[in-house]
Structure formats: structure tokens, C-alpha cells
Write a protein that binds this ligand. Structure first.
Ligand SMILES: Cc1cc2nc3c(=O)[nH]c(=O)nc-3n(C[C@H](O)[C@H](O)[C@H](O)COP(=O)(O)OP(=O)(O)OC[C@H]3O[C@@H](n4cnc5c(N)ncnc54)[C@H](O)[C@@H]3O)c2cc1C
Length: 475
């Protein structure tokens, strides 16, 4: 059996695991991530509101409050370094309960959130002319951002790889044995030896904890469903608009996305770890959003999706295991987990005894080729150099063959259809891949030199096309 030694192993390549991976690789450690799926960001990190919250909604003196505010402050520098778009649009919270708005203002103050102001009825309607008349009071927090959560996580992971980290995809842990010096993780083919393990497996936390024989937590899942609206609706709102929060969460919001869509949702229903969308959930969103904003046209929906929050009590759990020396338990990272991820990483690294020092390895990733951000002259120059940049594959989003090939030939080579979609947006538009999926599958097959019938959508058995024999080749 193949044996590899690592300074630390992170289990789970969501935004939390990848943030730790990135920080440790840049600090000079030899680390690996183990991920059961075929790409990074295939769990909760791919399906959320994509907001870097200001932090006024969290209960004061909790990890959520502290790490949200700290993480929020770290995002501008990280995104600038990675070349990832982060838009500071600010966030409104609106409703008709003056006292609830005052409470939020107070919480924000207690959490150290800067740049919040309360808005009168007239100020609110002047700033947001599409609010319904029932919305009579609210607040604005200027330090709220929108981000593409999966693209951010992919870039963070790529930076970790070019700074020496390794990612083991499709790695299904069979056993974790404790030894005198640490742990031996095995999938039956490859053993990874390490003194330190970060359990950042999200909804899979308890499965990993059982293998480790470390602490189990009572994890509750709450599903959140969304509508994604077409680019034609991009001007419906210019900032994120939340209703006043309830016990179930932040409520049904409307927000622009960095890619020019509008997102409406989420619901919050207790569920299993399943990402189905339901007629009931979607109807619930439609009713709630109409009460808040009167010009959202759900008839312009191009997709619906759902993500699942993993909740442990009222706060995040980030602590060293009392049962397994060198194991850091990271559980219950529900919202605002994306906003908090950079700060969660630093806290977890501190608890492990490793030292965060990002001056050790400083390789930076090359920016993605993105023709939509180029001038006509720049595009023409690129097309003259290579005609693949003049060949449009995804008509809805205007993505070229050259951009898809570039996305494949990166530090982490995507081999799935969704991997391409999340990197360059081919298949993200109005037709949802109806006209380009077959071409994308062929490009993945050719560039990775793998059989066409082994190309999958996302999961290792989610074949895009069936072979004549009925047996597809494994990736
Ligand atoms: C509806 C919704 C809306 C949200 N909106 C926001 C928001 O706007 N802002 C915000 O800050 N937060 C938001 N969140 C929360 C945020 O999305 C999460 O906190 C964050 O994505 C959690 O990241 P993670 O890395 O812990 O988990 P995940 O992204 O789920 O990653 C865990 C990874 O572990 C892998 N894994 C699991 N088991 C194993 C195993 N046995 N072996 C190997 N790998 C394994 C999984 O495949 C997965 O890739 C929202 C969440 C939801 C559901």
C-alpha cells in the first residue's frame, strides 16, 4: 500500500477546510485535504446566498459573532490576492417592527460592526423604491459583500496547491487508526500518516468522528431553497435586502449575485442532508418575497436549488478533541460560515499548535481568462493569438472554448461538468447547459484525455451520457 506522511490532514474541501489548507500551505506546512467527492466546494459551500455578512445578526459573545466580524474584515485582502470579485453592496434589513430593528442595531454595536445606520420609513422608500408599503422601518449595513462562494473556494484551493498542498479527491476513508505518533488514514489503497487532523467534513462531521472515535455532536440539518433569476432581472435590486430575522434564521432575502443574476430565498426547513427543492418550499419563498419587495418576477427563474445547513446548538463548534490528541473538531458551521471561514481557519490552526505565517510560501495563482471583463481590443488581441477565444461554446454566458480549456489546465484540473460550470459559468445561463453540455463534456474528455463516457456531472456515478454497452468507464 502507498504510504504518505503529512504535517497535517484536513478532511473536507468546503470553504472551511480549504481555508485551513490555504493558510497552512502558505505557512510552509506539508498538508493534504481528503475529499470524498471529485472537486472542491461540492457541499454546503456550493449552495448558499453568497453573502459576506456584516455580522449584526449574530448573538453577541458567540463564536459566530466574533468570527463573522473578523472574517468579514479579512475578505477584501484575500480576494484582492486571489483575483476574486468581492462586491461591497451593503445590506438592508426591512420590516415593520421598530423594536426589532433597534435590537439588531444594538447587537451590531455589541459585535463591533461598523457602518450601520437606522433608516426612517421615508428614507427607506427613497433608497428602495420597490419595497412594499408594509415595510416601514429598517437598517443599512455598509460592510456587507456579495461573492461567488464556489469560485472563491476553488481559487483558494488552487493557491494552496501551488504552494505545495495536495488534494486527494474521491478518497473514501475506510479507517483511521490512532498510533503513538498520530493517525493513519486509509482508503484501502493509500495510507496517509499525520499527527494532526482537522475534521472539517461539514454535514459528514459525525461520520468522520465515528472513524476517529472523537466527539459526536447532535447535528440538525435545515434545508434552504432558492430561485435564481435571469440576467434580465439584474436591476430589480442593487443591494441585498433581508426581512427582519426570526428564530428560523435570516429569512427570505433578495440579492444580486456577482455574476449578474438575482437570488431569492432561502427557506429554512428541518430536513435530512438532502438538497431537493419542493413545491411547498418554493411557494413559501414566493409568498414571503412578495410581502417585502413588489417587483420580483419569479417567472424569470432559470434554476432552483437547495443547500443544507448543519447546525449544532446555537454556535459553531471549533475545539480540540478531548478524546483524540491532535484532532480539531469543526462542526455546526452553518450561516455565517462562509463569512467566518478565514477567521475559523486561523482559530483552528491556533488550536492545533501549528503556526500561521503566510510569509513562507507566497506563490500566487494566475487570474482566470474572462473575456466578459475585457475590452473589445483586448478580446481581439486574444483571438488573434488563439482562435479558441473566438469560438463561443456557452451562448447564454458567452463562454469560449479558450476559457474552458484554460480552466481545465489549472493547478486543480476539473474533470466534471459542474466543475467547469463553477469555474467559468458554461451552463449557468438561461438554457442551463441545454445547448452546450455536450460540447463541454467533449472538451473535458479531450483536455483530460479521458473517455467521453467517463465524464460525470458531479458525483462519480453521475454519468453525462450512457455508453452503448450500458457500462460507463470509471473516472
Ligand atoms: C441555505 C444556506 C444559505 C447560506 N448562506 C450563507 C451566507 O450567505 N453567508 C455565509 O456566511 N454563510 C452562509 N451559509 C453557510 C455556509 O454556506 C456554510 O457555513 C459553509 O459553506 C460551510 O462550509 P464547510 O466547509 O464547513 O462545509 P461544506 O462546504 O459542506 O464542506 C464539507 C466537505 O466535506 C466533505 N466530506 C464530508 N464527509 C467526508 C468524508 N467522510 N471524507 C471526506 N470528505 C468528506 C464534503 O464532500 C464537503 O466537500 C449558508 C448555508 C446554507 C445552507
Amino acid at each position: 500500500m502507498n504510504r504518505i506522511s503529512k504535517d497535517a490532514v484536513i478532511i473536507g474541501a468546503g470553504v472551511v477546510g480549504v481555508s485551513i489548507f490555504n493558510d497552512l500551505t502558505r505557512s510552509g506546512y506539508d498538508v493534504a485535504i481528503i475529499e470524498k467527492e471529485l472537486d472542491v466546494s461540492t457541499g454546503t459551500t456550493k449552495a448558499n446566498s453568497g453573502l459576506i455578512h456584516a455580522g449584526f445578526d449574530c448573538k453577541p459573545n458567540t463564536l459566530k459573532a466574533k468570527l463573522n466580524v473578523e472574517g468579514n474584515a479579512m475578505y477584501p485582502e484575500i480576494c484582492a490576492r486571489l483575483g476574486v470579485e468581492l462586491k461591497r453592496l451593503g445590506a438592508y434589513v426591512v420590516g415593520n417592527d421598530e423594536e426589532a430593528v433597534n435590537n439588531l442595531m444594538e447587537k451590531g454595536k455589541a459585535n463591533g460592526v461598523k457602518g450601520m445606520k437606522k433608516l426612517s420609513n421615508s428614507a427607506l422608500h427613497k433608497l428602495l423604491p420597490n419595497l412594499t408599503p408594509e415595510m416601514t422601518t429598517g437598517l443599512f449595513a455598509e460592510n456587507a459583500y456579495i461573492i461567488d462562494p464556489y469560485f472563491y473556494t476553488i481559487c483558494l484551493a488552487e493557491e494552496g496547491v501551488i504552494n505545495g498542498g495536495e488534494i486527494y479527491f474521491d478518497y473514501h476513508i475506510k479507517s483511521i487508526k490512532q498510533t503513538a505518533n498520530g493517525y493513519v488514514i486509509s482508503n484501502g489503497k493509500e495510507e496517509i500518516i499525520t499527527p494532526i487532523i482537522f475534521n472539517a467534513a461539514g454535514a459528514g462531521y459525525n461520520d468522520v468522528a465515528k472513524l476517529l472515535k472523537s466527539e459526536l455532536y447532535n447535528v440538525v440539518h435545515r434545508r434552504g431553497e432558492y430561485y435564481v433569476l435571469d440576467h434580465s432581472e439584474k436591476d430589480v435590486v442593487k443591494s441585498t435586502i433581508f426581512p427582519l430575522p426570526t428564530k428560523a434564521g435570516k429569512g427570505v432575502l433578495v440579492t444580486p449575485t456577482v455574476n449578474g443574476n438575482i437570488l431569492v430565498g432561502p427557506t429554512s426547513y428541518e430536513s435530512d442532508d438532502t438538497t431537493v427543492t419542493t413545491a411547498e418550499g418554493l411557494a413559501d419563498i414566493a409568498t414571503k418575497v412578495k410581502k417585502m419587495v413588489d417587483n420580483v418576477n419569479l417567472g424569470k427563474t432559470i434554476r432552483v436549488f437547495a443547500g443544507v445547513r448543519s447546525i449544532v446548538g446555537e454556535d459553531f463548534v471549533i475545539e480540540p478533541s478531548q478524546k483524540c490528541k491532535g484532532v480539531i473538531n469543526i462542526a455546526g458551521i452553518c450561516s455565517p460560515g462562509l463569512s467566518s471561514a478565514p477567521a475559523i481557519s486561523q482559530m483552528a490552526i491556533g488550536l492545533s499548535g501549528l503556526k500561521y505565517d503566510p510569509t513562507i510560501r507566497c506563490n500566487k495563482i494566475a487570474p482566470y481568462t474572462n473575456l466578459s471583463k475585457m475590452s473589445v481590443a483586448e478580446k481581439n488581441a486574444l483571438i488573434r493569438r488563439d482562435k479558441d477565444y473566438g469560438l463561443i461554446v456557452c451562448k447564454c454566458e458567452g463562454i469560449t472554448l479558450g476559457e474552458i480549456k484554460d480552466a481545465i489546465n489549472r493547478p486543480i484540473r476539473p474533470r466534471t461538468m459542474d466543475g467547469i460550470k463553477r469555474r467559468v459559468r458554461a451552463g449557468m445561463g438561461r438554457c442551463q447547459g441545454g445547448f452546450c453540455n455536450d460540447k463541454v463534456a467533449m472538451i473535458i474528455s479531450q483536455e483530460n484525455n479521458i473517455p467521453l463516457n467517463s465524464v460525470v456531472k458531479e458525483k462519480s456515478n453521475g454519468y453525462y451520457m450512457l455508453s452503448r454497452s450500458g457500462v460507463n468507464e470509471k473516472l
